[in-house]
Design a protein around this ligand. Structure first.
Ligand code: ASP
Length: 330
């Protein structure tokens, strides 16, 4: 009996069709995308690995994927008992992956993959990435590890992975932590590390059946940034339905003072505010002063992932201490 693997197609470069074989930049504009069935036709060997099924949930570039689409994918995952592969654009792949890492209520393998070069191009990574994703989703070893990503033969945890380069195939990195393992050149699925933070079935985030999530916005700071954008969010929070903010500062949690003052006004207005950092590695720490000002710290999550955790946290609690604790837990 071969394991069952169900492929959910969403679009992205892995399904892109360019105007010619040497195109690596214009294909997103063509709007043409291969279906899951067409992607599988290119790798007939995959049927020896698993009993395959698939569906085209979306056919978009991943800049067009957000909370509504995450919830749609969650619903599709829930409808099957197979291992899951999601083909996805690389731009926001890490965000969909982290959302699912916190919300899928099953230990089944859930694997996201994409490609940096469309299948229509010379040297495309699309076929091998999809094949490796199927190998990984078919592997009993991949179960219970949370949501995984695979590109460039590297297995990474959805929590830690981020896209680091606009064009190289070696773009996904887990920063301080490194890869979990490989689907290696001999086709073996090899794990060397596990994630320790709870995920999937071990989180309180059950958003199945929801149509939307609390809106959380990110404001980025820079040398000389003032509080204009943060104040705008605070003042128009009702109209814009802002329920939380992630403020991105420097290093371990410093900010231009006018920017942070605006953050304090947001807290006073009742908006939960999480402080994050534009540094690629390391933590934002909660100091007594930041605590007294009512801020929360993101621990080591990148801003785009801190946003997702805050969105989910707000579905279960409005208590600052409880939400802060979630940032040290997940
Ligand atoms: N434009 C693509 C996307 O959908 C980029 C990619 O897949 O690499 O994110």
């Amino acid at each position: 009996m071969k394991p069952k693997v169900h492929i959910l197609g969403t679009g992205g470069s892995i399904s892109g069709v360019g105007p010619h074989r040497l195109d690596y930049t214009l294909y997103p504009d063509s709007g043409k995308k291969l279906t899951v069935a067409q992607l599988l036709e290119r790798i007939p060997e995959a049927r020896e690995i698993a009993e395959l099924s698939g569906e085209d949930v979306l056919q978009v570039g991943s800049p067009s994927i957000g909370p509504a689409e995450w919830l749609q994918l969650l619903q599709r995952i829930d409808k099957t008992d197979a291992g899951i592969v999601i083909t996805h654009g690389t731009a926001t792949l890490e965000e969909t992956a982290y959302f699912l890492h916190l919300t899928v209520k099953s230990p089944r393998p859930v694997v996201l993959t994409g490609a940096m070069r469309p299948p229509s191009s010379v040297g495309s990574d699309a076929d091998l990435n999809l094949l490796d994703a199927i190998r990984l989703a078919a592997s009993p070893d991949a179960a219970g590890r949370g949501v995984l990503t695979i590109l460039n033969q590297e297995i990474q945890s959805a929590r830690d992975v981020t896209k680091s380069n606009a064009f190289r195939v070696d773009t996904f990195h887990s920063r301080d932590f490194g890869v979990l393992g490989f689907v290696d050149s001999d086709a073996r699925v090899l794990f060397y590390r596990s994630v320790t933070r709870p995920h999937t079935t071990a989180t309180p985030f059950d958003v199945r059946g929801r149509k939307d999530l609390p809106r959380v916005d990110i404001v980025y700071s820079y040398a000389g940034a003032d509080g204009t954008l943060v104040d705008a969010l605070t003042e128009r929070r009702r109209e814009w339905r802002t329920e939380g903010m992630v403020l991105v500062g420097f290093g371990g949690g410093s900010f231009p003072s006018a920017f942070l003052d605006a953050g304090k006004r947001a807290v006073k207005a009742g908006i939960p505010v999480v402080l994050a950092t534009r540094s690629w590695n390391g933590r934002v720490v909660a100091t007594p002063k930041k605590d007294a000002d009512g801020f929360m710290a993101c621990d080591d999550l990148m801003p785009q992932k801190a946003r997702i955790l805050l969105m989910l946290a707000l579905t279960v609690s409005k208590e600052r201490a409880e939400i802060q604790n979630m940032f040290y837990t997940y």
